[in-house]
Design a protein around this ligand. Structure first.
Ligand SMILES: [Zn+2]
Length: 269
């Protein structure tokens, strides 16, 4: 192998190496935060996260790797377009989906991306979305595995929830993980954008878990931490006959306040 060939193999991405390094550093930081055992949001190989590199590729956690100990070998660069074609299909076997997941890798020696890379690819194509995080957070899942899951997505209980998680979340009734789930997320998120006029900060998947998204690591973490805190408060309030929900007028007031807009800016939301 001559020098040129070796260089090509070591840097297979079309993205400038310095940009890739910076995004990889930020993504690993996000993964380590999401996997912090004290937060009880992901154990073993649960959860994943991704970062947009360019219009064409993104970085995502490889299948089965652990969030808290993730290093660069557990991250895969994928071509978004290859994965997005799967969203246009109706009946593919699991083996065909697996084949496309492997084909989407920029470096063919990299690990296999998670099947959840499909929804990462689509969400990172939304305007202003640079990072996506997904966990099976304990308090959030307590509600998402209950008959009150949808109510949790659309009703608000305190102002900071609105600042970090927005006036509503996207709600996805239980769907088979993989292609069908990514398609359901696309349909419901497009509906949300038509109604609210911007991409959501939080997507809640019944009997599964939570996705948060935004323009920075801080935005993804703020929404994740605040959704988990909200769920904890919700569960406590439910034990006392609640929650007592904020009125739509109070929700709209918090969402439009200039001081809350400033807080959002300072939190890099
Ligand atoms: Zn999951």
């Amino acid at each position: 192998m001559d020098g040129m060939q070796r260089k090509k193999l070591q840097t297979p991405s079309a993205v400038p190496a310095s940009d890739r390094r910076e995004k990889l550093k930020l993504l690993l930081d996000l993964c380590h935060q999401l996997g912090n055992p004290a937060l009880r949001m992901a154990i073993l190989g649960e959860g994943n996260a991704s970062a947009r590199l360019s219009g064409e590729t993104f970085l995502v956690k490889a299948s089965g790797c652990s969030l808290p100990t993730l290093d660069k070998n557990g991250v895969v660069e994928c071509r978004a377009k290859t994965l997005l074609t799967l969203l246009e299909t109706t009946n593919l076997s699991d083996a065909e989906v697996d084949g496309t997941l492997l084909n989407s890798r920029v470096d063919a020696t990299a690990k296999k991306p998670s099947v959840e890379a499909l929804f990462h690819a689509w969400l990172l194509s939304l305007p202003g979305i640079e990072f996506v995080g997904h966990t099976h957070a304990q308090a959030v899942n307590s509600i998402l595995c209950s008959p009150r899951a949808q109510e949790f997505a659309v009703k608000k209980i305190f102002p900071d929830e609105i600042v970090c998680c927005d006036v509503e979340s996207v709600f996805i009734p239980y769907t088979d993980p993989g292609r069908k789930l990514a398609q359901a997320i696309r349909v419901e998120t497009e509906k949300f954008i038509r109604n609210i006029g911007r991409p959501p900060r939080v997507i809640l998947m019944e009997n599964h878990g939570i996705i948060t998204l935004g323009r920075s690591v801080e935005a993804v973490m703020s929404a994740m931490l605040m959704a988990e805190k909200t769920a904890t408060v919700w569960l406590g309030a439910a034990a006392l006959g609640g929650p007592k929900f904020m009125t739509p007028e109070h929700v709209a007031r918090i969402s439009g306040r200039p001081d809350e807009a400033l807080r959002r800016k300072m939190l890099k939301l």
